[in-house]
Write a protein that binds this ligand. Structure first.
Ligand code: PHE
Length: 444
């Protein structure tokens, strides 16, 4: 397909909503607050913020720059950056595409549970308690059905293309997400117990800062900004040349971080409201109950203690979670779809149907072998795949690509680039500091 017939984001706002939509997801609303709660509250928050600045933001610019330079799918973009290593570029492009697809295969299962929790609250309001019980109780057929529904939603958006699908839906859904968030935070603060959670969130216990915490914070920042698996590279390839990459990346990172901080303001107080209402949030040994029980056990238990209002709040909360998950899952699906459209010369609809079909089949295999595969796929993709691929992108930009070409690429949307602080720090940073930090994440 000729490059001028590729989709493009029509406005900077649309791009920021799409990229922030990719970034804002379960990682922010679930991962971040639970990590914070179990890692010294504000101490984790501080370390996380530092990690976003020193690692995630520079990497976000690097991945965006590769994509915008390539104006093509990740396989082609990497080939353009590394002209002497075409085979290597193809292998890395395919690996990134596979990691994005596998992340989607587990993400869709969890997102399916959110659809279930949302539907469960709705069914309860309608008085259909038996059905509500079925959609919210763990079981193979229920997990399968909900995952398929979520995959269908994802495929539907991606099928409509970059402008009418990804951009249009992200621009609609993200503002709704921000509003729902604000409403829920305000509501939770009216509840007894909320202040205790706020204290835990904002008063740091610096003795908790250990190497393990540093590594968790780094991994969290990487997952949260959707780095490593070429989603940001693909979105960057739909950006026009007059966009200022460092500035736009900064805005995306800020929205993502603001939502993570906001999620802490919602979830930590909510946990203590739950505790106040008699729901167990600490184990017998005084440790916080593990993160996997938080969203699907602790919070629903709290909503139950709030009566009818609780059901409405639950409906809103799970709607918010579904939106966050959907704007992330579409970015994952777009990676293999963009490759199929351009590398195999397929129509978008054809590519979406068969790729979503294959990922749904992989998800189904995980659903039926949950104990053996679910944790494994998460580990392979997020603990190994994302950091290792991120390391490769840093090495590409820092060592393989000529500094002058990087400069020319970024300069197109930022003519004063050489005069600013960014250009004094970033190239060296991506060359040396980011690879070292990422190796640390990996070996830890
Ligand atoms: N950033 C998303 C989240 O926080 C997850 C994600 C990872 C999205 C990788 C795309 C690629 O939930």
């Amino acid at each position: 397909m000729a490059s001028n017939s590729r989709g493009q984001f029509s406005s900077k706002f649309g791009f920021i909503m799409a990229a922030a939509g990719s970034a804002v997801g379960l990682g922010n609303i679930w991962g971040f607050p639970t990590q914070t709660a179990s890692n010294g509250g504000a101490a984790f928050l501080f370390v996380y913020l530092a990690m976003v600045c020193v690692l995630a933001y520079p990497m976000l610019v690097a991945e965006l720059t590769i994509g915008r330079y390539g104006q093509s799918n990740p396989i082609q973009s990497l080939k353009k950056v590394w002209p002497k290593g075409k085979v290597g570029a193809v292998i890395l492009g395919i690996t990134a595409m596979t990691v994005a697809s596998l992340i989607l295969s587990f993400y869709a299962i969890v997102a399916g549970w959110l659809v279930g929790a949302f539907a469960g609250s709705g069914l309860e309001i309608l008085g259909m308690d038996a059905a509500a019980e079925w959609v919210t109780s763990f079981g193979d057929s229920r997990n399968l059905l909900l995952m398929v529904i979520f995959m269908a939603m994802t495929a539907h958006v991606v099928k409509n293309g970059v402008h009418d699908g990804i951009e249009a839906w992200s621009s609609r859904l993200m503002p709704i997400l921000f509003i729902l968030f604000g409403v829920l935070i305000l509501y939770i603060f009216t509840q007894e117990g909320a202040m205790e959670g706020l204290e835990m969130y904002l008063i740091p216990d610096f003795s908790m800062i250990t190497p393990k915490l540093l590594v968790s914070a780094m991994g969290q920042s990487f997952f949260s900004l959707s780095l490593g698996c070429a989603t940001i590279m693909v979105y960057g390839s739909y950006l026009s040349k007059n966009v200022n990459l460092p500035k736009t990346a900064m805005q995306v990172a800020m929205v993502d971080t603001a939502v993570a901080i906001g999620a802490g303001l919602l979830i930590l107080p909510a946990m203590f409201v739950a505790k106040h209402n008699g729901v167990e949030i600490f184990s017998a040994t005084g440790e916080l109950l593990s993160s996997d029980t938080l969203v699907f056990t602790v919070l629903p238990a709290m909503f139950h203690t709030m009566g009818t209002m609780g059901t409405v709040v639950s409906l809103v909360f799970f709607l918010l979670m579904m939106i966050a998950a959907l704007t992330s899952s579409i970015s994952m699906l777009e990676v293999p779809v963009a490759c199929a459209i351009e590398e195999l010369n397929q129509k978008r609809t054809t590519a979406v149907i068969w790729i979503a079909g294959v990922i749904t089949a992989i998800s189904a295999i995980i659903v039926f072998n949950f104990g053996a595969l679910f944790g494994l796929v998460i580990k392979v993709t997020t603990v190994y795949g994302q950091p290792l691929l991120g390391l490769c992108w840093a090495l590409f930009v820092g060592w393989l690509w000529s500094r002058d070409k990087v400069l020319q690429e970024i300069k197109q949307g930022y003519p004063e680039l050489e005069k600013g602080l960014f250009w004094k720090i970033w190239p060296w940073y991506v060359r040396v500091v980011c690879p070292i930090l990422m190796l640390m994440v990996f070996f830890a």
